[in-house]
Design a protein around this ligand. Structure first.
Ligand code: SAH
Length: 493
């Protein structure tokens, strides 16, 4: 069936669209759609951001809220030469995977992307996205699901039993609107803050804590931050809740270095927040979209909160990276441990080690673990965590993995297993070269970005490694994020 334009017909129909401004490129005239026009689109896939990929006469439109297989009515909101964006007006033919979003603010909030898709379908899609990237970018052959064909085994995504309220950390932006303090979430594709009472991804205790902080701020006359004027005091409220211990840390991020009526804040929050062990102030006076500034001061309680993964305890300070989904982290690390194939005799490198979580998880099964991490506070936490758990066969270095490890190798460093867990941009090429030079029999890659993962796997394969298996783990249900653990083996000795 041909796509039917309902309005905005070229020539006569610019009633909804703006007239092209002077100098607008001629390519616009060649497109089958125009800005603000209303069309019917067939949705043929999901983008990596979880948007429906719609087609109107061969032109691609990204449509938030649309699912593969659906036919939808949309209004075009943005035009580019190769593709555009459109708002979903109506689902004309619904996918069997479509469900009603559980969260009342889902349509406006930018936090989740897939609440309109059944959980099983999300898990299936996440695996398929990994397969696509491995094949397209990594040029890898993926084994068929029945296991007959040779190739990389990509397991079904490991999902959660209960996929709600899994997050242990919330960062709520605070602002000022019509004279009042608001705190909640950024509207989709915008920096406007919308007031929020609860987030279904957060632990209930964190929602309650944020609500109390906002109430106290209003009572004590604290102003919310205005990023345009660079005025107002309270920028963010960060709440960390430790699932294993029930401890809570509250960090108030200020555009300034003092909190008026500090003693009252401490007294009120201690009374209002059960499990509070730490109230910190973070000073961020910069014009920046980064949440934290450089200085953190404890107003009351400890500098850290304690949590546990399995039997290993962790001290976590305000600014250190810590996995946000404790249930799935355990599954992720258990898979990494399995792929590392440890017998107790191995020397392991843990690159991008954060506060040492993977290092300490592996250490009891290895001869020694060497963790490398860029952020100094995280390295301090890692060392403290080794001490806390009485683990002596680990050591940590602070610096870039791609600089520390080549130097270490030149001085005779060697290992049996390398674990990498890089940020979204993937591994630095110098680190991959160092892995080739070290030639460990096994590499375990933990990835939060299938695209850079696939790119790096190609480099490792070309250097003599074979990608054996891939386990997608759903760390972020209802969002488009995908996490994976990959086991590689050296085939050329
Ligand atoms: N493995 C840890 C942390 C993973 S997040 C865990 O599971 O908790 C990635 C970490 O890499 C962050 O802590 C970040 O600070 C660190 N990092 C970023 N670039 C780096 C680099 N070039 N060298 C070493 N560490 C880096």
């Amino acid at each position: 069936m041909a796509n039917r334009k309902e309005t905005g017909r070229r020539g006569s129909g610019r009633s909804l669209g703006r007239r092209p401004e002077a100098g607008t490129a001629a390519w616009r005239e060649t497109l089958p759609v125009e800005l603000n026009g209303i069309y019917e689109a067939d949705v043929i896939g999901l983008s990596h951001e979880g948007e429906g990929v719609g087609r109107v006469e061969g032109y691609t439109l990204f449509i938030h809220g649309a699912l593969p297989g659906e036919r939808v009515r949309v209004r075009v909101s943005e035009l580019k030469k190769q593709y555009g964006r459109a708002d979903l007006l109506r689902v004309l033919e619904a996918s069997p995977d479509r469900i009603a979003p559980a969260c009342p603010i889902y349509e406006r909030c930018g936090g989740c992307q897939l609440q309109h898709m059944s959980y099983d379908a999300q898990l299936h899609w996440k695996r398929q996205m990994v397969v696509d990237q491995l094949e397209r970018i990594g040029k890898l052959r993926v084994a068929a699901a029945d296991g007959e064909e040779q190739g990389v085994v990509v397991h079904p995504t490991l999902g959660m039993q209960d996929a709600w309220r899994y997050r242990n950390k919330v960062q709520v932006p605070i602002g000022e609107q019509e004279g009042g303090l608001v705190g909640g979430f950024y509207m989709r594709e915008s920096h406007t803050i919308v007031e929020m009472e609860q987030c279904l991804l957060q632990h209930e205790a964190s929602d309650a804590t944020v609500g109390r902080v906002k109430a106290i701020a209003r009572e004590l006359g604290v102003t919310g931050y205005d990023p345009v004027r660079h005025e107002g005091l309270l920028r963010h409220v960060v709440v960390k809740h430790a699932a294993a211990t029930g401890e809570t840390m509250v960090v108030l991020v200020l555009n300034g270095d003092t909190l008026p009526r500090e003693a009252e804040w401490v007294a009120r929050l201690r009374e209002a927040v059960p499990g509070l062990v730490s109230l910190c102030l973070n000073v961020n006076p910069e014009r920046t979209s980064q949440v934290f500034g450089e200085t953190t001061r404890v107003l009351w309680g400890r500098e850290v909160l304690y949590d546990a993964i399995g039997t290993t305890r962790f001290a976590i300070s305000a600014r250190s990276f810590y996995q946000v989904n404790p249930v799935q982290t355990e599954a992720l690390y258990a898979t990494a441990l399995r792929y590392a194939g440890l017998t107790g005799r191995e020397s392991v490198v843990d690159a991008y080690c954060g506060i040492g979580t993977i290092s300490l998880f592996l250490a009891p099964h290895a001869r020694e673990v060497y963790g490398v991490e860029l952020v100094p506070e995280a390295v301090d936490d890692a060392r403290a965590n080794a001490e806390l758990n009485g683990i002596r066969n680990v050591r940590f270095a602070c610096g870039k993995a791609e600089e520390v490890l080549p130097a270490w190798r030149e001085q005779g460093g060697a290992c049996d297993v390398v674990v990498v867990d890089p940020p979204r941009k993937g591994c630095d090429s110098r680190l991959l070269e160092t892995i080739h030079a070290l030639r460990p029999p096994r590499v375990v890659y933990v990835s939060c970005n299938p695209a850079t993962l696939a790119r790096d796997l190609r480099v490792l394969e070309d250097g003599g490694y074979r990608t054996v298996e891939v386990q997608p783990v759903d760390m972020f249900p209802w969002t488009a994020h995908v996490e994976c653990v990959i086991g590689l083996q050296r085939i050329e000795t």
